[in-house]
Design a protein around this ligand. Sequence first.
Ligand SMILES: *Cc1c(COP(=O)(O)O)cnc(C)c1O
Length: 372
Amino acid sequence: MTKTIASTIVPQPKPWIEAIHAYVPGKATGKDGRPLIKLSANENPLGTSELALAARARAPLPSLYPDPDSKALRAAIGARHGIDPARVVMGTGSDELLNLAAQGYAGPGDEVIYVRYGFSVYDIAARRCGATPVVAPDADYGTDVDALLALVTDRTRVVFIANPNNPTGSYLPRGEIARLHAALPADVLLVIDQAYGEYLAPEDEDGAMALALAHENVLVTRTFSKIFGLAGERIGWGTGAPGLIATLNRIRGPFNVSGTGQAMALAALGDADFVERSRLHNRDERARFVAAIAALGNHGLRALPSEANFVLILFEGALSAEAAYEGLAERGYIVRWLPGQGLPQALRITIGHARDMDAIAAALRDMAQAAR
Ligand SMILES: *Cc1c(COP(=O)(O)O)cnc(C)c1O
């Protein structure tokens, strides 16, 4: 004899967990489920290095656990960047490391600072561990170091910045990064997220990695998801002081990078040609696309200066970002409209192939003209 007991007593999530707005990924299909050309998640339009694809075939058996320490991959990262591999920690995407940084250093009663129009994962990372998110105002959508520093209190434990930043594409030069670090108390962890670092010209390198090697309170994160074309494999890494790396290793998943992912990332790291080709493609197509948008300035369209593999376009005239988003979807392109991040007036568009960027610029021109 079974009796159903309708209970009102159920497990209760922590209130700070309930307050989280789950991450909203870029869409891949239109309203009718039709596949669209996806320029909504900053993936590499050139795909993945042939060397990495070949390495997939040679990866360890899926029935075996992967190397929990990603030894070969960390050694290659260390050699490539001049870092002791002992100071490299791997993550299931850099997302995992961003979350672990918050979890390792902040909790209820502590404050975590990031900028308005920063990467949306920082808000989740702060809330997930029960810390209080503190949002610094922007300077025309860019990171304002002074505004951020003005919010530092005794409770500040972690500061997140992305350089270049997503979704704005804005970038802080080396001097500003150094100034931010120098002004922070030594017990505040500065996380510098360089997911788009490889897209910078070598002379624009922001000096973050040197800071991470010289100080106890800087974590730099990198990813294989963007220029390396391995977003699907979920591999990121970070570097910083030995104590910091030990903390993150203590709390990461023991087998957090798959064997296939390790093999592919190792090969991708060795394909300097593919990375350089991707960077130059992005630099040239971004410049062409930004120029095409500048020509629509009289229609109220404005492309923010970008150092990343996407451009944020503001719609300040008769054509709204929402209408442009729908119009592009009708023409087969899915881009990112960001009302949930306080940017209902903006679209973030990943730099794709030349033909697609031309088609998008032409479509925006037609829609802007029709909206007058
Ligand atoms: C895409 C992106 C990441 C990378 O996330 P993964 O988990 O490594 O795929 C991290 N930070 C920013 C700012 C990004 O845009």
